[in-house]
Design a protein around this ligand. Structure first.
Ligand code: ATP
Ligand code: MG
Length: 264
């Protein structure tokens, strides 16, 4: 009897110790509160255990998501929820909803967003990247010219292969703004190697203001551009967006508002 009481008294410190060893701090923090709820609501032992484990898993997942979003280096965090779909009828909602599940990352498929300036390519790329991070995939975002700088530095240091391998650890890489800054032959070759190294192994999301037919201009080489596009689109969702720039529209609306305010 006394032994049981002693054991019972020792339970909190024992649980604290065990949860530390198991690295499950949420269980350590919530087991008592949930035990009370379990008693009040007559949960079975199994229900209590499941609730406690569930709390720990949810906490770990949300911490992981926060970490993945932080390490993705998005220029800003934009979400699909903030995206006004009514402004972009050329975007198929079913396709966007499917991409938002992140299953394309599991299958190492690519996403290409093509369209004129201000149409929402970067916003969508970040929004989809955030979704992928929520789904548990590691993501890395950068502009095309920064990707090239990174590869060129690695190449100069004689560790291009190691760098490509490091990049392959990310399940999804986002290459923003292909087409604005032309690449010389060396840069185009590096870019090709990046795409080739991920082919059927890891997802790539690319945004560009240029249709594929004009990528040869950016990469100063039609042959390299064609080989790259071939790999990129083999397993890919290509979204061609058309319409007005959201930036210009916001500006137009602001001007109209100011004009109205001036009249009143
Ligand atoms: N449909 C939309 N709903 C809400 N905000 C939008 C929408 N489209 C664009 N925006 C906003 O408008 C701005 C321009 O969009 P974004 O940067 O995604 O354009 P882009 O296609 O990447 O243009 P660029 O080719 O010039 O880089 C951003 O602030 C973005 O959040
Ligand atoms: Mg952009």
């Amino acid at each position: 009897m006394t032994t049981t009481a002693a054991t019972k008294d020792g339970l909190p410190s024992m649980i604290a110790y065990l949860t530390r060893v198991l690295k499950t701090p949420t269980i350590g923090a919530f087991w008592e509160e949930l035990a009370e709820q379990a008693r009040d609501e007559n949960w079975s032992h199994e229900e209590y255990l499941a609730a406690l484990l569930q709390r720990q898993v949810a906490d770990r997942e949300s911490k992981g998501t926060v970490m993945r979003i932080r390490t993705a280096h998005f220029p800003q965090v934009k979400t699909l929820g903030d995206f006004n779909l009514a402004h972009l009828p050329s975007l198929r909602r079913d396709v966007l909803a499917h991409l938002a599940t992140g299953t394309f990352v599991a299958k190492a498929e690519n996403v290409i967003l093509l369209g004129p300036p201000g149409i929402g390519k970067t916003h969508l790329a970040i929004g989809l990247g955030v979704k992928a991070a929520h789904a548990g995939y590691s993501v890395l975002f950068d502009t095309a010219s920064n990707w090239i700088t990174r590869l060129a530095e690695a190449h100069q240091a004689g560790r291009l292969e190691a760098e490509l391998k490091k990049i392959r650890r990310y399940k999804l890489i986002i290459i923003d703004e292909v087409g604005y800054i032309p690449f010389d032959q060396d840069a185009a070759n590096l870019f090709f190697q990046l795409i080739a190294s991920r082919y059927e192994q890891g997802s790539v999301m690319v945004t560009s203001n240029l249709p594929f037919g004009r990528w040869g201009e950016t990469f100063s080489d039609d042959v390299v551009a064609a080989a790259m596009i071939d790999r990129l689109v083999h397993h890919a969702e290509v979204l061609t967006l058309t319409g007005d720039s959201y930036r210009t529209r916001q500006r137009r609306e602001l001007l109209a508002k100011e004009k109205r305010a001036g009249r009143d």
